[in-house]
Write a protein that binds this ligand. Structure first.
Ligand SMILES: *[C@@H]1O[C@H](CO)[C@@H](O)[C@H](O)[C@H]1NC(C)=O
Ligand SMILES: *[C@@H]1O[C@H](CO)[C@@H](O)[C@H](O)[C@H]1NC(C)=O
Ligand SMILES: *[C@@H]1O[C@H](CO)[C@@H](O)[C@H](O)[C@H]1NC(C)=O
Ligand SMILES: *[C@@H]1O[C@H](CO)[C@@H](O)[C@H](O)[C@H]1NC(C)=O
Ligand SMILES: *[C@@H]1O[C@H](CO)[C@@H](O)[C@H](O)[C@H]1NC(C)=O
Ligand SMILES: *[C@@H]1O[C@H](CO)[C@@H](O)[C@H](O)[C@H]1NC(C)=O
Ligand SMILES: *[C@@H]1O[C@H](CO)[C@@H](O)[C@H](O)[C@H]1NC(C)=O
Length: 490
């Protein structure tokens, strides 16, 4: 393809230099020649190759290119069928060393497709997946059992762009290739209350084990970006996630681990219209009945810009419980809050053993925020006696600048949030800061070396709030160097 482009360009240049009076004739001649070139171009596909190396939890025996299955990277042709048939074909290698599907350079328009086990989707650095704007390309699937209904509307939800369920060993990676959700029309429909079903996510993987999502860029998701749910042993590394913040793109959360165990999120850069990381585990009576917590979660080396929401949110859907979250080395810029716990009467569940240290915050509304009256119920059948248990929240070694209010900590009357420990935190207030830097209701705990001085419910006591020293299994998984050498025709 490139060869033919070059030839055509040269033809034009030669004509331009000569400037003969018979330019018209030459022009017609070149038009005729061009037709020939065009015909040839359709017939002759040029072979390309590349040889990339990448880090992964498993390497694969079998490799194919999307273009082997009719993939066309012209930004216009739908590749939904190409993806589906490629992955259907490659699924036969599940027990024969697994397979990888390479997406070569190009812009590939596509609707939703499903992943398979022992499978890697690899995006070349110049590959862009463009989510289809045709609503008919988005199948409507059942609501999540732990939510009971869609988040945007009652009933079902549009399937995610990249979807997988009941899988083992699945990888989405690349040399920073891009997935563009083209979400603007979805945001508009959401704002105008024109949605019949809940908006799709970019990537959702359910009921799966051994998941890696790394080194790709996600743009303009219709709603949440990455949603692992009911899954375990999840490695998320090196993601760049960007969504417009002016005007805000609604609910474009970055990464939402939901009822998942053993999760490691690191080295991500997220600009979001909602929370950068939102840890979840189901909604009210549906989440309580499903009863699957998110636990053993590591978040480290995250940079987040979230003007409208939190850098790390716990909840608001936390009815299956959230336990053992370890977050460290976080840079928060121009965000509403650093860490926010969101819950409500009716949620049930718990948020406990939460540890956050070394968070640097620049321009924040609240450094710390806890909200016991978040509301937002799935329906009015929630149990008014289902009180959430919030206990064992440790924050330490932080510096925050240009903060409007240090903390707004609101537990539930009769159900206080307990075991709160905040140590070695220096918060510099903004010129236009609130007069009272801390407001506290229904909370219990202590502070140590915190300025400005906290509220009386968190008395000063000399201590270092703990951070776990044991190593989680997700931190010791073996990473291999894999190669994806391939020839493809375009
Ligand atoms: C992601 O990219 C970085 C920088 O290029 C590299 O060091 C790292 O190994 C890659 N990670 C994975 C999981 O491929
Ligand atoms: C993908 O999987 C979901 C859930 O199993 C199913 O409803 C959907 O039809 C599948 N999509 C395709 C294209 O096979
Ligand atoms: C996937 O796994 C879940 C939980 O084990 C099970 O309820 C469901 O039926 C499975 N779905 C499929 C399509 O196998
Ligand atoms: C990946 O691409 C994004 C968007 O173009 C860019 O901002 C980011 O720096 C890139 N990351 C790497 C590691 O190259
Ligand atoms: C800190 O975390 C530990 C472990 O979860 C918890 O027991 C404790 O209540 C927390 N807060 C304080 C004040 O130590
Ligand atoms: C307090 O926190 C700051 C900023 O994270 C850190 O540099 C310092 O070492 C901490 N001090 C102690 C005594 O841990
Ligand atoms: C401080 O925050 C305000 C918004 O609250 C912002 O307009 C201003 O630019 C920030 N100043 C600095 C020095 O970052």
């Amino acid at each position: 393809m490139e060869f033919w482009r070059a030839t055509t360009r040269r033809t034009y240049q030669v004509h331009g230099e000569r400037k003969t009076i018979s330019i018209l004739i030459l022009g017609l001649l070149s038009l005729y020649l061009l037709r020939g070139v065009d015909c040839n171009r359709r017939k002759v596909k040029v072979s390309h190759s590349f040889d990339d190396h990448y880090s992964a939890i498993s390497c694969r025996e079998h490799t194919a290119s999307l273009t082997d299955f009719g993939g066309v990277g012209d930004g216009k042709t739908s590749n939904t069928k190409a993806f589906q048939s490629a992955i259907n074909h490659l699924s036969q290698f599940q027990s024969q060393g697994g397979s990888q599907l390479i997406v070569p350079p190009g812009r590939y328009l596509t609707g939703s497709f499903n992943l398979t086990s022992h499978f890697t989707l690899y995006l070349h650095k110049e590959a862009v997946l463009l989510a289809s704007q045709e609503v008919s390309e988005w199948e409507v699937i059942e609501p999540l059992p732990s939510y009971g209904r869609g988040r945007d509307a009652d009933g079902g939800r549009y399937i995610s762009l990249i979807f997988g369920t009941n899988l083992t060993d699945v990888i989405i990676t690349g040399a920073n290739g891009t997935i563009d959700g083209q979400g603007a029309s979805w945001w508009q429909k959401f704002k105008n209350k024109k949605l019949k079903y809940t908006r799709p996510y970019l990537i959702e993987i359910m009921f799966s084990d051994q998941i890696q999502i790394s080194n790709i860029t996600l743009l303009n998701s219709p709603s949440w970006n990455v949603h692992p749910i009911y899954s375990s042993n999840i490695l998320i590394q090196g993601l760049t996630i960007l969504a417009p913040i002016v005007p805000i793109s609604p609910n474009t959360d970055g990464i939402n681990p939901d009822s998942c165990t053993n999760v490691r999120i690191e080295d991500c850069y997220i600009v979001s219209g909602d929370d950068c990381i939102a840890v979840k585990s189901g909604w009210d009576e549906y989440g309580i009945a499903f009863g699957m917590p998110t636990q053993h979660l590591i978040i480290r080396r995250l940079t987040c810009i979230s003007p409208d929401s939190a850098v790390i949110a716990l909840g608001s859907e936390m009815s299956g419980g959230i336990q053992d979250v370890r977050a460290e080395d976080i840079l928060a810029i121009n965000s509403e809050s650093g860490i926010r716990i969101k819950t409500a009467v009716g949620r049930g569940g718990f948020v406990k053993d939460i540890f956050v240290r070394r968070m640097t915050m620049k321009t924040m509304k609240w450094a710390f925020w806890m909200t016991g009256n978040y509301g937002s119920h799935a329906d009015d059948k929630y149990d008014k006696n289902a009180l959430p248990v919030i206990n064992g929240i440790n924050y330490s070694d932080m510096v925050a600048d240009n903060v409007t209010m240090a903390a707004r900590l609101e537990g539930i009357e009769g159900d206080p949030f307990t075991g709160i420990c905040i140590s070695n935190v220096t918060i510099s207030m903004a010129a236009k800061a609130k007069k009272i830097p801390w407001t506290c209701t229904a909370i219990e705990g202590l502070t140590s070396g915190v300025s400005p001085t906290a509220c009386s419910m968190l008395p000063e006591q000399v201590t270092n709030c703990p951070f776990p020293t044991d190593v989680l299994p997700i931190d010791t998984i073996e990473i291999k160097t894999c190669s994806c050498r391939t020839n493809y025709f375009m």
